[in-house]
Write a protein that binds this ligand. Structure first.
Ligand code: HCA
Ligand code: CU
Length: 364
């Protein structure tokens, strides 16, 4: 299983996201340290700035293969060639509805256009991924024609795109299984409009696809695509990969700082609450052995375990904060616990220690 990070292309298509060339390079370097196999660096036809940014990413000598996004037309492919990216991702929609209502061309004309683009890119030394956009809503006969032609033209990878997030994990599994008959390595690109991006991507892998597209914090058009933190963690945990997961919190934070787009506190792995324990029973168990309530230790991700204190707290929660400042008097702990339980407030570590010191004086 491989991963392509598309933060700099799909991610930049999110509302309120726009990278300067410097930010594009900074993000690419950090993403590369995670160890993903591909970085989709952008769509060079968007603007001069995007073009420049992609070029600087492509000339940085990163470990990841650099892919640039392109429409199925020679002018765009020429632009990609000038960025020095070694891979191109060409997309074109061949559903009947796209052909008749958007492009006003026949399937044969569309296939010819795709083949010409692949030929052109290949003859200039690029490796080519072709995406029949909206794959999941495209008629099978049309997919068959365009993919067969693409394979004959020497395409290196086909990407199965659930462009509007309509797939069900089982239907996506069937589609990917069926597409394997063309013998070309498959990628999956899953949108999250119904919250099924990750489930569909996993089913795509189970059906034999070799690569998943993802973005930092899952950003992209509308509700985005697969979250990079989740898919790299799943890749390590369930698929024997070795991505450098310590990069994940840093990447998530960096992107939030650059874009101002904040993630939820309960987001897996990178959210504020991912390694915070609250209920007294949980805390007592976790202090004995974190295994009881953690899937992986926070240190795996360069993060720390935290204990949240309010009326749900137990003695262990308070001792966690008080023992380290030398307060061990059980009466103090008991009294403090009663106070917290009747207060209906959350207590920060500072408040816990201060209140304990006050009680210490009272009981002496
Ligand atoms: C788009 C649509 C796309 C393309 C995917 C691809 C999709 O161009 O914005 O080129 O692999 O979801 O189909 O992101
Ligand atoms: Cu997309």
């Amino acid at each position: 299983m491989e991963i392509l990070d598309s933060t700099l292309r799909e991610g930049e298509q999110s509302p309120e996201v726009s990278f300067t060339p410097e930010q594009r390079l900074e993000l690419a370097i950090a993403i590369d340290e995670l160890g993903v196999e591909f970085i989709e660096a952008g769509h060079p036809a968007v603007s001069e700035d995007v073009f420049k940014g992609i070029k600087s990413v492509a000339s940085q000598g990163l470990n990841a293969k650099i892919l640039a996004h392109s429409r199925a037309r020679r002018e765009d492919i020429d632009l990609v060639l000038r960025t020095d990216a070694s891979w191109i991702g060409i997309f074109f929609c061949v559903s009947n509805r796209c052909l008749s209502k958007r492009f006003h061309i026949t399937l044969e004309e569309a296939v010819a256009r795709v083949v010409d683009s692949i030929d052109y890119a290949k003859s200039h030394g690029l490796k080519v991924r072709f995406t029949p956009e909206d794959t999941t809503r495209t008629e099978w006969e049309n997919l068959e024609k365009v993919i067969q032609a693409a394979v004959q033209a020497g395409v290196d990878r086909i990407s199965v795109a659930d462009t509007t997030g309509v797939a069900h994990p089982w239907s996506f599994y069937s589609l990917v299984s069926r597409l394997r008959e063309f013998g070309v390595p498959l990628h999956v690109h899953c949108h999250n409009d119904m919250g099924l991006a990750l489930a569909n991507a996993i089913m795509g892998i189970e059906a034999g696809a070799i690569l998943v597209d993802a973005t930092v914090n899952g950003i992209g058009e509308r509700t985005g695509i697969v979250d990079l933190a989740q898919i790299t963690t799943i890749a390590n945990y369930h698929y024997g990969k070795n991505y450098n997961l310590e990069m994940l919190p840093l990447l998530s934070k960096k992107l939030q700082e650059i874009t101002g787009l904040r993630i939820e506190k309960n987001r897996p792995i990178v959210g504020d609450f991912a390694f915070v324990h609250k209920a007294g029973l949980h805390v007592a168990a976790v202090i004995r052995d974190p295994y009881f309530y953690e899937f992986l230790p926070p240190e795996f991700f360069g993060r720390n375990r935290e204990i949240f204190v309010d009326k749900y707290a137990g003695r262990a929660s308070l001792e966690h904060y008080l023992h380290r400042v030398g307060i061990r008097n059980e009466k103090v702990v008991e009294k403090l616990l009663r106070r917290i339980k009747s207060s209906n407030m959350a207590y920060t570590p500072e408040m816990i220690v201060e209140e304990a010191k006050r009680i210490e004086k009272e009981v002496m």
